[in-house]
Design a binder for this molecule. Structure first.
Ligand SMILES: [Zn+2]
Length: 259
C-alpha cells in the first residue's frame, strides 16, 4: 500500500538519506519509466535533489526549476538507501548513485512509475487530483462540501483521487472503522454528525499512521490496519472483521460497531 501516510514516510526517508548529494549515475528499467526514456533520466547526472514535496500519493523531487522527478509507488514500491553492494535490495527498478551511497527505488510489481516533469501544478491538474488533506489544509467546510452532491458509497468517495487525493483501500477502511461507520453506506445517507466524525478521524488516522512510519505493527492496537483479516476479532469491540467488495475494492470492517 502506498497511500498518503506511506508516501510521506518515503519522503522523509529520501530527505534523511539523499538530499544535496551529487548524482553520479542513474539507472532504471524501462518498464518503470513513464513518458521518459533512459537518456532523459541520464541527463540528470551531475544534478542533486534539492527539494521534495508530496501531493496525494505522488512524491516530487525538484532537481532544478525545469526538472522535477515524480515517484509513484503503486502497491509495493519503496526506497532503500544502501552504501555497500552486499546491502543492495532485490527488485530495484531505478537507482541513483551518489559518491557515498545509492538510493534504490524498489518495486516488486510493475504498478508505480518514475516520471520527469517541469511544472508540478500543471501535473496535479492534468492528473485530476483533488484536495490533499495535509498540503491544502483541508478545512471542515470544504470537506462537507465535497460530500454534497456526491453519489455512491462512502468508501468509494474517500478513495476518489479527484475528490480527496491520497487515500486508498487501507486508510479509507481505517477512517470508516475509527468513525464507526459502515464503508458501504451511500454518501447521501451520511448525517452532518457522521461527516463531522469522518473529518476528525481522517486527520487522526493520517497523522497516527505517519507517526507509526506507516507500518501496521507500530500503529495503535485499536487500529484495523494491523487486523485486516476475515473473521479476526475486532480490536475495539467483540465483533468480527468482515471482508466485502465495496466500490470494486475489498473492504474490511467490523460487523458490530460499523453497522
Ligand atoms: Zn468492532
Amino acid at each position: 500500500m502506498s497511500e498518503l501516510p506511506d508516501v510521506q514516510v518515503f519522503r522523509r526517508y529520501l530527505e534523511s538519506t539523499s538530499m544535496h548529494k551529487k548524482i553520479k549515475a542513474i539507472e532504471a528499467e524501462p518498464d518503470i519509466l513513464r513518458h521518459i526514456t533512459r537518456p532523459d533520466l541520464e541527463r540528470l547526472t551531475g544534478m542533486e535533489f534539492r527539494f521534495s514535496s508530496r501531493y496525494g500519493k505522488h512524491l516530487f523531487v525538484d532537481l532544478d526549476d525545469d526538472h522535477i522527478l515524480v515517484f509513484h509507488f503503486g502497491m509495493t514500491g519503496y526506497f532503500s538507501y544502501y552504501e555497500t553492494e552486499d546491502k543492495r535490495p532485490d527488485h530495484v527498478k531505478a537507482e541513483f548513485h551518489f559518491n557515498d551511497g545509492h538510493l534504490a527505488y524498489v518495486n516488486i510489481r510493475k504498478l508505480g512509475f518514475v516520471q520527469l516533469i517541469k511544472d508540478k501544478k500543471r501535473y496535479i491538474q492534468a492528473q485530476d487530483l483533488g484536495i490533499d488533506p495535509l498540503e491544502d489544509q483541508l478545512d471542515k467546510e470544504t470537506f462537507f462540501s465535497l460530500f454534497k452532491n456526491k453519489q455512491g458509497s462512502l468508501k468509494g468517495a474517500l478513495m476518489d483521487q479527484s475528490m480527496i487525493a491520497g487515500l486508498g483501500n487501507v486508510y479509507s477502511d481505517e477512517i470508516c472503522f475509527q468513525a464507526g461507520i459502515y464503508p458501504g453506506i451511500k454518501v447521501n445517507q451520511l448525517t452532518d454528525e457522521n461527516l463531522d466524525t469522518l473529518y476528525e478521524k481522517m486527520f487522526s488516522v493520517i497523522n497516527q499512521a505517519i507517526d507509526a512510519k506507516a507500518h501496521p505493527d507500530n500503529m495503535p492496537k485499536s487500529f484495523l490496519t494491523a487486523n485486516r483479516q476475515e473473521d479476526k476479532s475486532c480490536p475495539v469491540c467483540d465483533g468480527k472483521i468482515v471482508k466485502k467488495k465495496i466500490s470494486g475494492r475489498s473492504a474490511y470492517f467490523c460487523s458490530k460497531h460499523q453497522k
